[in-house]
Write a protein that binds this ligand. Structure first.
Ligand code: ADP
Ligand code: MG
Length: 349
């Protein structure tokens, strides 16, 4: 394809991933009244009367999102399904169907693709999702996996990103930063193995962070707990790009500012140990690591007594009016602006 008619050429890196999405989609206005939500949330929301259909899609590219030298294909298939199911969770919905597109080079055997599908099917079984279609093509090189998920929710149960309110509490499920530490370990062992092919990887004691990287889960259990407790989050997003990036989405899309407290961030001891080994501040891992697939949500302050007692849920901050900006309050009491560093594959930093 040639350049644009004016011969103007803008590098993708100038816009970054979010800038590019905004550039391509900001002029799109839904024409169908059934399109309740188009671009701009974890899933699109389609009106079906008293319930809605939720649709989301994620594309994984070899060499960008996964490295097959340390990612078993079965794990990759599982993860490809789970990260999509997580987006439906982030809308407070239940995933019911998924479609799988693969583009695959002749470097892969039938047995290899069987492994990939074993992982996808395992996730489908665990989350009670039906694999209902997809597409298969050859690729010039490498493997691409595109999963589309379809979910369902009652109309009044859907939770958007842009509906947090001033003084709402900011909560997160599980713990943060572990998946990134797992990735650093796997990358390190890959380099060691390249230099000394005879050496066995030394990954004893690191199971937790490796599992968080290779086998994430979608937090359907947290949605159930919230429902049982009678709590409907006021806004919600899943953490794929790191807490910093996601909390900025919640705040900016809701037209608010926020405060996150460093001493409230849930970080597993193994994550802390690995961070120390890599001389990385665990807070940086938690804020910018990404791929935790935990849920980040806001609740009304009146729900504080309920959420503070719930295992697996941590209150880490609160929303404020927009003029207050978005800041992390460090253990020492200093304010640091929250900046999205996340996994912005297209941006040169
Ligand atoms: P998530 O991290 O939850 O998967 P993304 O950051 O990938 O979400 O996407 C943000 C929003 O932009 C979503 O509504 C998504 O559907 C939309 N989007 C992403 N890429 C494109 C694209 N190429 N064209 C149109 N919409 C897109
Ligand atoms: Mg998401």
């Amino acid at each position: 394809m040639s350049d644009t008619p004016s011969n103007k050429r803008t590098e993708l890196a100038q816009l970054g991933e979010f800038g590019l999405i905004d550039h391509l989609t900001s002029d799109i206005k839904p024409m169908n009244s059934t399109t309740l939500k188009g671009v701009g949330d974890d899933a699109a929301v389609i009106d079906q009367g008293d319930y809605v259909t939720l649709v989301s899609k994620d594309l994984l590219a070899e060499g960008v999102h996964f490295d097959l030298s340390y990612t078993p294909l079965k794990h990759l298939g599982y993860k490809a399904a789970v990260v999509n199911i997580s987006d439906i969770c982030a809308m407070n919905g239940k995933t019911e169907q998924l479609l799988v597109g693969i583009s695959v080079s002749n470097r892969f055997s039938v047995e290899a693709l069987d492994e990939l599908y074993a992982g996808i099917k395992l996730a489908c079984e665990k989350y009670k999702v039906d694999l209902v279609g997809g597409d298969t093509t050859s690729s010039a090189s490498g493997l691409f996996i595109s999963v589309t998920v379809i979910g369902r929710a009652k109309k009044d149960e859907v939770v958007y990103r842009n509906t947090a309110r001033e003084n709402d509490l900011i909560c997160v499920s599980g713990d943060l930063g572990a998946a990134y530490m797992g990735l650093l370990l796997l990358e390190r062992e890959k380099q060691v193995f390249k230099a000394n092919p005879g050496m066995q990887p030394d990954l004893d004691g690191y199971d937790y962070v490796l599992e968080r990287q290779l086998k994430p889960e979608a937090r359907v259990d947290i949605l159930e707990k919230l429902k049982e407790a009678g709590i409907k989050p006021t806004a919600m997003i899943d953490i794929s790009d790191g807490l910093a990036s996601e909390v900025l989405h919640l705040a900016k899309d809701s037209g608010l500012g926020c405060r996150i407290f460093e001493n409230k961030l849930p970080i597993d001891v193994v994550t802390g140990d690995v961070a120390a080994e890599f001389r990385i501040d665990p807070t940086t891992a938690a804020m910018n690591g990404g791929e935790d697939y935990e849920l980040l949500f806001t609740v009304n302050i009146n729900d504080f007594d309920k959420v503070k007692e719930m295992p697996g849920i941590h209150v880490i901050g609160h929303m404020l009016e927009k003029a207050e900006g978005e800041y992390l309050i460090s253990n020492g009491g200093s304010l640091y602006p929250i900046e999205a560093q996340g996994f912005n594959h297209m941006r040169e930093d």
